[in-house]
Write a protein of this length. Structure first.
Length: 112
C-alpha cells in the first residue's frame, strides 16, 4: 500500500509506503494505491520507479506531513481542512505518544 504525493521536478509523483503492521485495515483505508513486487523481494530501494495501481480516485493533498504522530498536528490539520485545504499525514516512526497513557505503559518495557 502506498500514498502518493507531488514529487520534485524530475518525477511528478512520489509513492510512500503505508506500513502499519497489525493495522493493515488502516493502511488500506489511507492508501492511494498499491505496487506489486517480486515473490522473494522484501523492499524496493528509494527512488526506484514503480507502477502504482490506484485504489479508486487518487487525490493529491495540498499539504503532506511526514513524521511521527502528533496530536497538535491533528488539531492544526483539522483547522486547515475546515478552511478547504487538503491535508494528508503519513505517520512514520514511533506512535507511542499517540496512545492513551494506560495503553502506552502496558506495552512499554520501561517504567514511565
Amino acid at each position: 500500500m502506498v500514498s502518493l504525493v507531488r514529487g520534485d521536478g524530475e518525477r511528478p509523483l512520489a509513492a510512500y509506503p503505508n506500513s502499519k503492521g497489525s493495522g493493515a485495515v488502516t493502511a488500506c483505508s489511507q492508501a492511494d494505491g498499491f505496487i506489486t513486487i517480486g515473490q522473494h523481494v522484501e523492499s524496493v530501494p528509494a527512488g526506484t520507479p514503480v507502477e502504482v495501481r490506484l485504489i479508486g480516485w487518487a487525490h493529491l493533498a495540498d499539504l503532506v506531513i511526514i513524521g511521527s504522530h502528533c496530536v497538535g498536528l491533528d488539531v492544526l490539520m483539522g483547522r486547515l481542512q475546515s478552511e478547504g485545504i487538503s491535508v494528508k499525514a503519513l505517520n512514520v516512526g514511533s506512535t507511542g505518544g499517540s496512545r492513551p497513557p494506560s495503553a502506552a505503559s502496558a506495552t512499554s518495557r520501561r517504567s514511565i
